[in-house]
Design a protein around this ligand. Sequence first.
Ligand code: ZN
Length: 154
Amino acid sequence: MSGALAELYQQLIIEHSRSPRNQRAVAGANRTAEGINPLCGDQITLQLRVEGDRVADVGFEGSGCAISKASASLMTGAVLGKTLAEADALFEQFHQMVTSRADAPVSDAALGKLAALAGVRAFPARVKCASLAWHTLHAALAGGGAVSTESATE
Ligand code: ZN
């Protein structure tokens, strides 16, 4: 990754952590899950309103570090309006990205802005901050409940 691109990604993460998108309750939510990352203290409650096979609305509440907040903001923006299959595919792609080797190429064609979080690969403790929102999404789409990064299989 070039220095300029890394800088751009850094800015995107800072911006999303300061002004998270979709940080709100969802009216008429019909899927919900809670996620915690005990190692960092990140906590997220995710709500979705699924209509047909589409994510009609999605929002999160909670508290946590800059990475977890930026990731939740980027995640909700990425899955809003997507079909459940597309959202699940994004979960898989994101998970693959953050658990790959730090020097593995990142397909930002598939991941878009989510590629900004590829930098966490160099910091194993941060990977859980970045993937918390996605594990919570996965749980919500699978029927709800609670997830912890300490019981999730990385
Ligand atoms: Zn964190």
